[in-house]
Design a protein. Structure first.
Length: 142
């Protein structure tokens, strides 16, 4: 999660919402990303999507079984959907997102039971640090 927080700082320095993500397999980071929505003019350029894209290239496959995705903010529905399709084994997130979080923050996408893949989820790891970074970012924007 510390690597994801460092990436969130890079996003903030670039004027993006400070969210960072890494994909880990067998203890090694195989994909990393931070929000690039503004700079890439791409609504799908969330940190998680960037990390999944890089991990897929590293593995030569869009399916990423046996991997863990660490992200500094609770994923939205788009990102959670991509993780399900990628077959991420485990997801660890820091801060909850009461506006768009799809794991209980705003709603709970896994409660629909519509997908055959289940991701093990853990929330709250380094939540104070991630939350403080996000609050500071938005305080400066207002």
């Amino acid at each position: 999660m510390e690597a994801a927080l460092a990436l969130a700082e890079r996003a903030e320095q670039a004027g993006e919402v400070p969210v960072g993500a890494v994909v880990v397999k067998d203890g090694d980071i195989i994909g990393h990303g931070f929000n690039r929505v503004i700079s890439q003019h791409d609504a799908s350029a969330h940190a998680e999507i960037e990390a999944l894209r890089e991990a897929g290239q590293a593995c030569g496959n869009y399916r990423l079984p046996g991997t863990v995705l660490y992200v500094t903010l609770e994923p939205c529905a788009m990102c959670l959907g991509a993780m399900l399709h990628a077959r991420i084994e485990r997801l660890v997130f820091a801060a909850t997102d009461p506006k768009t979080g799809a794991l209980g923050g705003a709603f709970s996408l896994p409660d629909l039971h519509a997908h055959n893949h289940v991701i093990t989820v853990q929330g709250g790891l380094l939540a104070d640090q991630a939350g403080a970074m996000l609050r500071s970012f938005f305080r400066q924007r207002r």
